[in-house]
Every structure is written in C-alpha cells, then in structure tokens.
Write a protein that binds this ligand. Sequence first.
Ligand SMILES: C[S@@+](CC[C@H](N)C(=O)[O-])C[C@H]1O[C@@H](n2cnc3c(N)ncnc32)[C@H](O)[C@@H]1O
Length: 439
Amino acid sequence: MDTVSRHYDQLLARHYTWMLGGDLTALVAEQTRLLRDLGVEPRGPGETAVDLGCGPGNQTLALAALGYDTVFAVDTSKALLDELTSHAEGNPAILPVHADIRVVLPEITEPASAAAIVCMGDTLTHLPRKAGVTALLVDCAAALAQDGRLVVTYRDLTRPLHGTDRFLPVRSTPDQVLTCFLEYVDEETVMVHDVLHRRSGAAWTQQVGSYPKLRIGADWLVGQCSAAGLTVERDEAGPRGMRLLTAVKKGRQPITNDRGRRRRGAILGGEDPRRFGFPATGDERAMLVNVLAAQRATLELKCAGLTVEQARRSVEPSTLSLLGLVRHLADVERRWFRRVLAGQEAPDRFSSQEDPDGDFDGAVPDPAVVAGAWEAWREEVAFADAYVAEAPHLDVEGHDAWRGRVSLRWVLIHLIEEYARHNGHADLLRERIDGALGV
Ligand SMILES: C[S@@+](CC[C@H](N)C(=O)[O-])C[C@H]1O[C@@H](n2cnc3c(N)ncnc32)[C@H](O)[C@@H]1O
C-alpha cells in the first residue's frame, strides 16, 4: 500500500466528510451547482461520467443528480467508497470502482466514450509523480468523447510558505481539531503532516499522519492538457482556495487557432484546380461549366477520407448525411440533364414516388452503398459534361413537368445553386463529424 492510501486508511478517510464541514448533502448540492455552471450536464440519454478520486462522493452524487446514466466513482480508499455507497442508496447509475486512477480509465471506459471526467477536491496532487499527471491526462483525452469535458480542481502548492505560515488550520469543532503542517521537500513535492486532536471526556488525544502532495502550477497543468490534445477552456481561481481548470476534447485540431485565418488559409491552399484554378473572366458557357465543376469538386472534397460509418452520419433531427447528399445530387444531375434536356426515360436511381426520401433514407453504412452512390454520381456527371460539351448553345431547351420549358443556361445555373446549398450542408456535416474545415 502506498503512503497516500495508508494515510487515508489510518487517519483521513474516517474524518474526511467532517473535514469538509460534515454535511455531505450540502456538499453535493454545492458541487451540483458548480458542475452545472461549468457546463457539465448530459446532453442526452446514455451518457457516462467518471469521478477520479471520488472520496465520499461529493461529485459522484452530483453527477448522478445531473442525470448521467453511468457514473464511475474511482478511489483507492475502501472506507470512502463504502461511505459513498451508503449515500448512493442503491442508485443504479453509480458504480464504485476500487482502483488507482493512474490505471483505471482504459479498464472501465471504451476510447472516446466518456462525456465527462472530473478529478476534483485536490485529488490530482495525490499522485506520486508529475509524470503520473501527464499520463493521466493522456488517458483522459483518450477516454473522453468528442466535446467531452474534463474538470480539475486542485491546490497550487508551487509557492512555498515559510515559518509559522506553514501551519494551516483545517477545521475545529468542540471535540475535534485538524491542523496540517506543510514541509517543502523539493520542487515537485510537499510533505503534508495532518495533526488531529480529539477529545475524549476531559482528555485530548493526538494522531499524526503524513503523505506527499505534488506541487502543480497552473501554467504547467494547462500545458500538459494541451499536449494531451485537450483544449483548456477555464483556468482560474476555484472554490475553497483551489484552482479550477476545465478542458474539452475537440474534434480534429484546426490549422491555426484563429478561425478566420484558418478558413481563409484553406481557400488559398485549395490544391484542386477545378475549384480555384479557372479564370474569373470570359465566355459565359465556360464560366458556368467551371463554377459547376468547382461545386462538384467541393462535394468530393467534403466527403474525402471518411469511413463508411462517418459518411452516413446525420445530425438529428435532420436525416441529411454526406452519403445521402451524394445520392441526392446524382439524382438531381440525372433529372435535369438526362430526363429534362436529353428527353431520356431515366427514373431516379435512389428515390421514387413511393419512396420520395429514398436518397437520404437509404444512405446506410454499407461499403457497397457508398461505392454505388459514387459510381452513380460520376456516371451522371460524365453524362452531363458530355451533354454540355455537345450542346450547340446555352439556349437549347427541354421540358420539365413542373417548370415547363427550361434552357441549358437555366439548368447550369440551377445546378450551381443546388450544389452551393448542399455544399453548405456538407460543410456543417463534415465539421460535426471530425472537425475538418475549409471552404
Ligand atoms: C482530497 S480527496 C478528494 C475527494 C473528493 N473528490 C472531494 O472533492 O472531496 C482525494 C481522494 O482521492 C483518493 N486518491 C488519492 N490517490 C488516488 C489514486 N492514485 N487512485 C485513486 N484514488 C486516489 C483518496 O483516497 C481520496 O478519496
């Protein structure tokens, strides 16, 4: 058993809740308010939270009250886990885990599955080495789902106290007094000596126990979070004289932190000549054809590099997905160039009167469906390009049941309009899927 666990076992665990004021219900209410203020609340059913170093459950019970479906409560102190269990009153959301926070996350969570991880009330400084904090943050980043949040509260012990300032009164009641004494060992460690006086009748007894705490500075911790791939949102003075840090796991990291510059950079850096490599002057037909080609290339770009599952992801309540958009635009091309202008008998491939939303509803995560969508789209684009190339002028006409007479000029303009609208959807879908941006 390490020094910290021994200290909690022998001295601190049985007085821990008393040390914090004695009223766990009030502590839970305080932590519930704090976590809600920090944006730690489930966004839907089925979310998991993890409380690292849960103690008697101040944050665990708060997370359960906030509505997380599962709250793993991790601690090395059996006594404190038992206290938590008695307060949890059989709440099935709360799962006590008797384990070390340095190894537990890969054991209890799937990668990218936890909506929230908290390590509060100075637990972080209980780790024996700073390298352990660094490793824990990497584990947190791996365990957090996209947009999942980490909350840490800890004491910054980097500035040494001197002389009698090192005696810190913790709590006193008529029968019990707790004082701690800090001994600065080296740059990384402070030895905390807890001195507990208890009255028994007219006599007082003294119990002393010691354990090391880490000296963690705010700048260092922010740097470690960033290195682990977490975006620090708040780094400030927190409750009870502690520092408060919140960090979020974002999607793929931007090229720069400046959103404006990053988007602009993506335009200038666009390497596909179909998108930005044609002149902005000249002949009407060439201009319409080039702008339409740029819109089509943008759709391809927005879908590049996705897995089959990602390609069909939508954002509720919408059923729009990138795969659905490819299927939809294949049918759009087919309608206007084959049916309307060329007069072919060419029913939609993916929709029908009986199934008007088949293009989106049928966008299921199946490699054959993805391949079929792209094959169809490319065939329709090839037909359209050939039709335009052979048309004698832009005033050739076709007939559409809804619009009546339509010219090739109008169809080209309409297709640009249609792609531009759907590429806007594609921008948002892609950013939601993996954070990838660019125009
Ligand atoms: C200062 S208390 C914080 C408890 C609670 N989160 C709060 O805000 O009051 C630190 C807790 O972390 C636990 N702990 C310390 N080191 C640990 C480790 N390596 N793994 C798991 N729990 C640990 C201790 O047993 C104790 O319950």
